[in-house]
Write a new protein. Structure first.
Length: 185
């Protein structure tokens, strides 16, 4: 069982499970999305006294807080107990593209040259994290949700704004990958 859980799940298992969760959410009238939990946390913390955006009944969104807590706990369990000792298998083309950007591939899921305390303590690393975090937060608020909320929940509800947001996410990802990322690195 542990070996099965530590491997990537094939599409024919994970896809129907996502569809089942979405069906259940539609059935009970819920929306899937992670970014809305930050709004709930701010509301719980009393931010509603300062901004009407945070003045709402957060108790209706408790299930989403439990979902995010479960994702955090699940991520910890997976990274601590279920992580494979085998190095990450990347295509040779991806490894070559990374090396052209001066990012060596060590077999880990995240390059330590970008995602480490040492990198964060540099001017470039802290700038990337702060500006990137701001852009993600601003984009999430401006788009009215995150990629998971729009791409999974919004598209399954056939919402036109979610389709427009997902197209924007893809265009932004292409611009970042092919224009901005090479300039930074």
């Amino acid at each position: 069982m542990i070996e099965f859980l530590s491997q990537p799940w094939p599409w024919y298992i994970s896809g129907p499970l996502i569809a089942l969760v979405m069906f259940l959410l539609l059935w009970v009238g819920g929306n899937f999305g992670v970014s809305s939990t930050l709004r709930s946390i701010c509301s719980i913390s009393g931010a509603g006294r300062y901004s009407s955006f945070f003045n709402f009944n957060w108790k209706r969104e408790r299930w989403n807080l439990v979902f995010v807590l479960g994702a955090i706990i699940g991520g910890y369990i997976a990274s601590t107990f279920l992580q494979s000792e085998a190095p990450l298998a990347l295509s040779k083309a991806t490894v070559e593209d990374l090396s052209q950007l001066n990012i060596p591939f060590h077999g880990d899921i995240a390059p330590i040259e970008l995602f480490s305390w040492k990198s964060l303590m540099t001017l470039k690393g802290s700038f990337i994290m702060v500006v990137g975090g701001f852009l993600v937060g601003f984009g999430t608020r401006w788009a009215g949700g995150c990629t998971s909320g729009h791409a999974i929940s919004g598209l399954s509800n056939l919402q036109l704004p979610s389709l427009i947001a997902v197209i924007g996410f893809f265009i932004g990802g292409l611009i970042m990958t092919f224009l901005i990322f090479p300039l930074i690195f």
